[in-house]
Design a protein around this ligand. Structure first.
Ligand SMILES: Nc1ncnc2c1ncn2[C@@H]1O[C@H](COP(=O)(O)OP(=O)(O)OP(=O)(O)O)[C@@H](O)[C@H]1O
Ligand SMILES: [Mg+2]
Length: 231
């Protein structure tokens, strides 16, 4: 469904991602793992059209989306939940979801009631400003904003950062439901156990390159892999 081949991302002369290739099958899930600065965010933001690709190709279904702008990529069915969430803090929950509906254009949006049934906490807070939500509720809202565009592939960039265990459990079980409903996931994580709750396969990045690919369980169980890439 998603095929990334030989991706290279640069900030001026700084190369953040080089020769990265991976595929996600329909109804599949993949985790991109690695420590700070490995190039995970650069990689997924380039896929979503938020950063230019210096080299490589990205195809989604039968479409070549290598040069497509972010707003078009969303309408083709890829939605990103960014690492810093990037909510408009003076929009209410309801206004945030309405704004996402507008971004869909010709694509039919997921209705707010459907979103609220997935995240009842947001229903209770629908008239609250995003800036007044807890970190966990903000993460739920960032995910909901992405889901509103009815993605076939949802990209989650470090969804666990800064969340308590309790909230994280709620978010993960909602994402498991989303996965069961047929949405593919690309999960960027530093935490292997959280990645393993959402995907079984992973790509490990280190200093901009893909250094290992295989089952997440194997990475968790191997001292060698953990020592090499996660310390
Ligand atoms: N705007 C930028 N300008 C210059 N260099 C950047 C920029 N953003 C990222 N980089 C560099 O690109 C490399 C990869 O960064 P990136 O944010 O993609 O890593 P990451 O794996 O997402 O890290 P983290 O886990 O900390 O979020 C790093 O060396 C970083 O310093
Ligand atoms: Mg990052």
């Amino acid at each position: 469904m998603l095929k990334v081949a030989n991706l290279r991302v640069q900030y001026g002369r700084i190369v953040a991602v080089r020769r990265v290739s991976f595929e996600i099958p329909p109804n599949g899930a993949l985790a991109i793992l690695g420590t700070n600065g490995a190039g995970k965010t650069s990689c997924v933001e380039a896929v979503a059209g938020l950063l230019p690709k210096a080299e490589g190709t990205v195809t989604f279904g039968a479409r070549d989306i290598t040069g497509a702008p972010a707003n078009l990529i969303v309408r083709h069915g890829i939605a990103l939940v960014p690492q810093l969430r990037e909510l408009f803090l003076d929009f209410t929950v309801e206004e945030t979801l309405l704004a996402a509906t507008a971004a869909c254009r010709d694509r039919s949006a997921v209705g707010r009631e459907e979103i609220y049934s997935l995240f009842p906490r947001l229903a209770e807070r629908r008239r609250s400003l995003a800036g007044n939500l807890s970190g966990g509720e903000q993460q739920m809202l960032a995910i909901s904003r992405a889901l509103t565009t009815r993605p076939a592939l949802l990209i989650l960039d470090e969804l666990s950062a800064g969340l308590s265990q309790g909230i994280l459990g709620l978010v993960i079980s909602s994402l498991q439901k989303i996965r069961e409903a047929g949405v593919s996931l690309l999960v960027v994580e530093q935490n292997l156990e959280i990645a393993a709750a959402l995907a079984s396969e992973c790509l490990v990045m280190s200093v901009g390159e893909a250094v290992w690919q295989g089952p997440i369980r194997e990475a968790i169980d191997s001292d060698e892999i953990r020592k090499a890439f996660f310390r």
